[in-house]
Design a protein around this ligand. Structure first.
Ligand code: S3P
Length: 742
């Protein structure tokens, strides 16, 4: 590992925390010398024997004279002993840095003020978020800090040079360094670390006092062991933390006590709903947290993990595949199930980030939702008027469907709510839903140019309207119809071309009358939804990638099972067939009000076509993959009337044109479509690096292109594939693509 980043490291306090930093820096060769300071001679000897330090002394004063600019003193003693150490460090040579590892920062600042009058600029307070219930020098490990966070809480006058030195030191130990104000640090740690320790110590102590404790400990299984591990931590250290962070810890305890009290009441009253509410929310939060720890989560507004697809050229696809559940229906199943009366059971739910964002939003509004487990979700509906105000803004990640449909539903609630999303969603147009909702009497604010966030005011009286959609959008239609459930009188939508009708079908499935007459759909406010069972078929938009894969790769033969083939979604089948694809629909059936089939696709040479404009809304999400098919077809393919593609998760016309150009395809974007000259036989694509711009469908389309490429295709920013198709890479590899996700 790299060279020295600090001069000499002096570790005051050779316990787990101090010893581990000493060992990590020594192992990394990140300092010239490590000197340990411990009160007990035996500790010094052990540290030397274990190779944790180069030298060890029992008195700080013995080495102070030797210190020089560039050296770092790491104070790793219990919190309340910090002031005494500072006292001994009062007169330090110029240029020496002091930092510490205490779990409470307010008291360290106070200790510094007591000693120096003001906090000196060479003191950089810090706190490594790492440790274990083990303590003492013998527990020290050189990898304790790897991939852990260290929070620094510098003050305004802290010198950047000293701060940088401490940051480099922690990075050399493998840690990630963050900064936070002192007060915020102490509050966050009170909740996330100090409170759990109070509870663990308290629980074990309670049980240990019980007359039957022998039996309790003998029979205590995993739960007790897992929950109380931290009660084996160093008592002095934790006593000090409690005393040093008193106010913040008291606040956390009060909050927790109130919650425990209400759980007690729920148990006493046999209140099953309340218990399920708390437990399902907590489970979801904990599962989410576990994913975050494994750095797999995309839904939170934090840095998403970077995923690159590397696709080797060639291959064919074969086998029987079931792609995940339909995204549009998954969203709607959560929304209508939540607003229904009774318990709704869903099968085949898409466990992708977009549908999960909708699910989380309803949990945040007080709906008890069990699962998802293997596509099964159980929703305890609260009725059309049973939602509660969420504790904060609803974060909807990448999902336009969540935001637009929710806007309609939320316009009819009694509470205010704010809808936010990720970078891509924050750029998407929302006036297309805000305008008709305002016409209905809703009060809605958006960001500049009608972009998110959307602030929806509650307690507005909505009235029905007849809305002529200016664009063929199922999201806009659904938004207006859902608001119509809360409006006086009747609400009608008229669409310029048929768009997916899952909202209409599912409303009817929940027993809510929807009148349909050609392009018009009408609902009347004031009805109710009755819970039931929903079977979500596989998503034709996800199946598309394998349909195109089989259609372009000689030797391919795939069977895509249980795919929804709703006539408002089957444009891809019609377009590919018009291009000459060999597609067979087998085992056609109706499942829960939606037509379903197994789709068999075998390779056949494709030819370019002029795509009929009436097919555009019926294949609106399928064009990235269809452009790949067009690139492989003999002759020219022309798409027009598809300007909506420019306002999807990315500008899909431009994103595809740019990527196709990198891969050597002659593709000319137009304002409302594209003109692609196909290659016919042989390789249709070169190789190279293309950018999916964080758009799931662009990423998957270029992965499929590799089947007819001459060289490796690298696809950047693919993490969002998890929004609609979390196991795409796995399934693609199983089918025959030479794809790797890195
Ligand atoms: C969707 C409708 C379509 C589609 C989106 C899902 C829906 O958007 O692109 O992926 O579930 O209603 P528009 O209706 O805005 O075209």
């Amino acid at each position: 590992m790299g060279g020295a980043v600090v001069g000499r490291l002096v570790v005051v306090g050779l316990g787990l925390i101090g010893g581990s930093l000493a060992l990590a820096l020594k192992t990394a060769g990140a300092c010239r010398e490590v000197v340990g300071v411990a009160r007990r001679r035996q500790t010094c000897e052990q540290a030397l024997e274990l190779g944790i330090v180069d030298r060890a002394v029992t008195e700080l004063a013995d080495i102070l004279q030797e210190l020089e600019a560039g050296d770092v003193i790491f104070v790793a003693v219990p919190t309340l002993a910090v002031e005494q150490v500072f006292e001994a460090l009062r007169d330090l040579p110029e240029g020496v840095t002091i930092t510490d590892g205490a779990s409470v920062k307010g008291s360290v600042i106070e200790a510094a003020r007591n000693v120096w009058g003001e906090v000196p600029d060479f003191l950089v307070p810090g706190h490594p978020i790492a440790g274990s219930e083990k303590s003492g020098v013998t527990a020290a490990r050189d990898d304790l800090y790897i991939a852990h966070r260290v929070i620094l809480t510098p003050l305004e006058n802290t010198s950047p040079e000293h701060r940088q030195r401490v940051e480099s030191m922690w990075q050399a130990a493998g840690a990630e360094v963050l900064q936070m104000p002192v007060g915020e640090h102490d509050e966050v740690l009170a909740a996330t670390s100090h409170l759990p320790h109070v509870i663990a110590y308290g629980l074990v102590d309670t049980l240990a006092h019980d007359a039957e404790n022998e039996n309790i400990f003998r029979y205590a299984a995993g739960g007790f062991r897992d929950f109380t591990r931290i009660a084996s931590s160093d008592p002095v250290m934790w006593r000090d933390i409690m005393l040093a962070n008193r106010d913040a810890i008291l606040q956390a305890i009060d909050l927790y006590s109130a919650n425990l009290e209400s759980l007690r009441a729920a148990i006493a009253a046999g209140d099953s709903d309340r218990l399920m509410g708390v437990f399902t929310r907590a489970k979801a939060a904990r599962d989410h947290f576990t994913k975050m720890l494994a750095r797999k989560a995309y839904t939170e507004p934090m840095q998403a993990q970077e995923v690159t697809f590397i696709a080797q050229p060639g291959g064919a696809v074969s086998g029987e595949l079931r792609v995940p559940g339909d995204k549009s229906m998954s969203h709607r199943s959560i929304m209508l199930g939540s607003l229904a009366e009774g318990v709704t059971e869903i099968e085949g739910f898409l466990e992708g980030e977009d549908a999960l964002a909708t699910l989380q939003a309803f949990r945040d509004m007080g709906v008890v939702i069990e699962g998802p487990v293997n596509g099964r979700v159980t929703i305890h509906g609260v009725g059309l008027h049973g939602l509660q105000a969420p504790p904060g803004p609803l974060y909807l990640g990448n999902s336009g469907t969540s935001m637009r449909l929710l806007a309609g539903l939320l316009a009819g609630q009694e509470f205010d709510v704010t809808l936010t999303g990720d970078e891509s969603l924050s750029k998407r147009p929302m006036n297309r839903v805000a305008d008709p909702l305002r016409e209905m009497g809703a009060e809605i604010e958006t960001g500049p140019d009608g972009r998110p966030p959307m602030v929806i005011k509650g307690a507005r009286k909505l009235h029905g309207i007849d809305y002529r959609l200016p664009m063929a959008s199922a999201q806009v239609k659904s938004c207006v119809l859902l608001a119509g459930l809360y409006a006086d009188g009747q609400t009608s939508t008229t669409e310029p071309a048929p768009t997916r009708d899952h909202t209409e079908r599912m409303l009817a499935g929940f027993g809510y009358e929807v009148r349909r007459d050609g392009p018009c759909a009408t609902v009347r406010g004031g009805g109710k939804l009755t819970a039931g069972k929903i079977d979500v078929p596989a998503d034709i938009s996800s199946a598309t990638f394998f349909m195109v894969a089989a259609a372009i790769a000689p030797g391919s033969d795939v069977l895509l099972e249980h795919v929804g083939i709703n006539p408002t979604r089957d444009g891809v089948i019609n377009i590919l067939r018009a291009m000459g694809a060999d597609i067979e629909l087998q085992n056609r059936r109706e499942v829960g009000g939606e037509p379903v089939a197994d789709i068999r696709v075998r390779y056949a040479p494709l030819k370019g076509i002029r795509i009929p404009e009436d097919q555009v809304p019926l294949a609106i999400d399928e064009f990235p993959a269809l452009f790949v098919a067009a690139s492989c077809a003999e002759g020219e393919t022309v798409l027009t009337g598809a300007e909506e593609l420019r306002v999807k998760e990315s500008d899909r016309i431009q994103a595809m044109a740019d990527g196709l150009a990198v891969l050597g395809v002659d593709a000319e974007p137009t304002p409302d479509g594209i003109v692609i000259q196909g290659a016919g036989e042989g390789a249709a694509f070169g190789g190279g690096t293309v950018d999916s711009l964080g758009d799931h469908r662009i990423a998957m389309a270029f992965a499929v292109a590799s089947l007819r490429a001459r060289d490796t295709i690298r696809i950047l920013h693919c993490a969002n594939v998890a929004t609609s198709f979390p196991n795409f890479a796995e399934l693609a590899m199983r089918a025959g693509l030479k794809l790797q996700a890195a």
